[in-house]
Design a protein around this ligand. Structure first.
Ligand code: SAM
Length: 258
């Protein structure tokens, strides 16, 4: 069977290959920190052509760290409220639902139209699992979310590609429509703004607590600096980056209440 080509994707959407590849490669590692057979299955069916799907050692470490933390924290919330609604912003070819589905939750994957079309080739529809082919900035997507209680929002590998003003608008809209909901996302440090793989990062913060200034009701519940995670898998370069103030908080995972 011929492989699926990814020609229609923008540079920004091509970034979905980086976490997919990181999770797939990790599954083949001799002592994997995550096992993700679905990512491997997808990778075997697509032809990335000339797109660089390997984010390198630093990016891969950050992706594995955020995958583990968000899986773990989402699992805890699902144990408290098994019928939660999860909204996955910038879903790409994310496979988290394959790992965490409890048979009771409702799940929404939101991404640009061409990405949702690509996703539909690998993920079967279900009456609890919905796709929204819209930009996160087209806030008409919010009307599609029926339940507004026990909502958990994830935005992995997404917000760093938006300007600070757009991030503020997104967080303010989310606070307005989903008050008290939990949200998990990763942020890059300011030093990395203007850098990036495939597309430049436009926004970053150094102090996790600063996120509370983006929309008044926001409360930081917890943050994790990836430099403190998966120490056994840190290369010499990563350990050096952990020392310098500019790169110490290069990537953080934030858990906020909206
Ligand atoms: C680095 S990938 C992350 C994919 C996925 N969250 C993961 O971790 O595997 C970034 C994703 O954000 C999506 N994206 C970019 N701009 C977007 C927008 N305005 N609205 C919704 N999704 C967007 C891209 O299409 C891509 O799928």
């Amino acid at each position: 069977m011929s492989k699926i080509k990814l020609k229609e994707l923008s540079h920004l959407s091509e970034t979905l290959l980086i976490p997919l590849t990181a999770r797939g490669n990790e599954t083949l590692h001799s002592s994997p920190v995550i096992k993700d057979e679905k990512s491997l299955e997808i990778l075997s069916q697509i032809d990335p052509e000339n797109i660089n799907a390997d984010g390198g050692n630093i990016s891969t470490h950050g992706i594995l760290a955020r995958t583990i933390i968000i899986d773990q924290e989402l699992n805890k919330l699902l144990l408290q409220n098994p019928e939660s609604t999860v909204i996955n912003l910038g879903a790409g070819l994310d496979t988290r639902l394959n790992r965490l589905d409890n048979g009771l939750l409702t799940w929404y994957d939101l991404d640009l139209k061409e990405v949702i079309e690509l996703r539909s080739l690998f993920f079967a529809p279900d009456n609890r699992i919905h796709s929204i082919p819209k930009s996160v900035l087209d806030f008409s997507w919010i009307e599609e979310i029926v339940n507004r209680e026990n909502v958990i929002i994830i935005a992995e590998g997404l917000l760093m590609y938006f300007s600070e003003d757009d991030v503020k608008i997104i967080l303010q809209e989310l606070s307005r429509h989903f008050p008290k909901s939990h949200m998990f996302f990763d942020v890059v440090g300011k030093y990395f703004v203007g850098k990036g793989i495939h597309d430049s990062f436009l926004w970053g913060i150094d102090r996790a607590k600063d996120i509370e200034n983006f929309s008044p009701p926001i409360q930081l519940i917890q943050s994790w600096s990836t430099g403190n995670l998966l120490k056994e898998r840190q290369s010499l370069v990563i350990r050096l980056l952990n020392i310098f103030p500019a790169t110490k908080n290069r990537s953080q995972i934030l858990h906020i209440e909206l």
